[in-house]
Design a protein around this ligand. Sequence first.
Ligand code: NAP
Length: 279
Amino acid sequence: MDGRAVAAKVRARVAEGVRPFGRLGLATILVGEDPASQTYIRLKHSAAGEVGIEPTDIRLPEDVSQANVLERIEELNADDAVDGILVQTPLPTQLDAGVLQAAVDPQKDVDGLHPVNVGLLHLGRPALVPATPLGVMELLGEYDVRLAGARAVVVGRSDIVGRPVAALLTHANATVTVCHSRTRDLRAHTLHADILVVAVGVAALVAPDMVKNGATVIDVGTNRTEGGLVGDVDPGVSEVAGLLTPVPGGVGPMTIACLLENTVRAARLRRGEVALPAI
Ligand code: NAP
C-alpha cells in the first residue's frame, strides 16, 4: 500500500479545505531536544506550510515546569489565529502528558487526546480523532478493504494508536481483537486476522508464519535500527499478505496528512460548521 500516494491525495483535499478560510494556524509545543521529535515537528511544519496552514513553533527547555507549559497552552487556546494545538511527545518526566492534553481546548485538540474527544470516539461519535488511526482507516478505504464482518486484530493498545484504531474498526463493523504485551500466544490471534494492524515498536515482531494468506497488514511501527528505519512487521510478510504497508512510506506520511486534515476539521468545529456531538 502506497502511503505516500494516498497522503498526497489527502493533502490535496486539505488544501481545498483550507481555501475558504484563507489561512489556518497550527501550533506545536516541543519540549527539550529529542532528535526524533525535532524531525517530526519539522516534517509537520513543512507539510502544513504547503497546504496554507501557518505553523507556530513553540520550543521550551527540557526543564520547563508544568505551570509554564500550561500557561502557553492557555495562550494558544485564547488565540483566535490558532486552530490546532499539538503537544509533541515524549515529554520529560516532570510533565504530566495527561494533564497537558486535558488543558488543550477540545475544539483545537488536533491530536485527539483530550478526554472529551477520547470519550466521544468511544461513544461512536468522533469529533477529533488521533491522526495515525485516521490514516490507517483512510488507507483501508482507499484500497477498498472490506471492513464489515472482517476479523481485525490490533497489536498494541496505546492511547495514540492501538485503542483509537480498535474503536474505529469496531465502528466500521469489523470484529476486533486487541493484543498487547500480556497476550498469550500472539500468533494464535494474528493468524486469524483478515486485517492486522501492528503498533508496538518492536522490529520484525510479526513474522510471515503469523499472518494469514491474503490478509491486509498495516505496519504502524517505526524502529530506528543500524540498517535504517524498519517497521514491526518482517518484510517477508509481503510474501503472504494480500496488502502490506511499507516502512517508510506507509503509515508515516498518512499521519502527517491526517494531522493537517484534523486542523481543518478543528477550524470547522470551532466556527460551528461541524457540531461537536453532545454527550
Ligand atoms: P506504545 O505507547 O509504546 O505502545 C506499545 C504497545 O505495544 C503497548 O500497548 C504494549 O502493550 C504493546 N506491546 C509491547 N510489546 C509487545 C509484544 N511483545 N507483543 C504484543 N504487544 C506488545 O507505542 P505507540 O505510541 O502505540 O507506538 C507503537 C509504534 O508505532 C512505535 O514504533 C511508534 O514509533 C510507532 N508510531 C508510528 C506512527 C506513524 O505515524 N508511523 C505514529 C505513532 C506511533 P502494553 O499495553 O501491555 O504495555
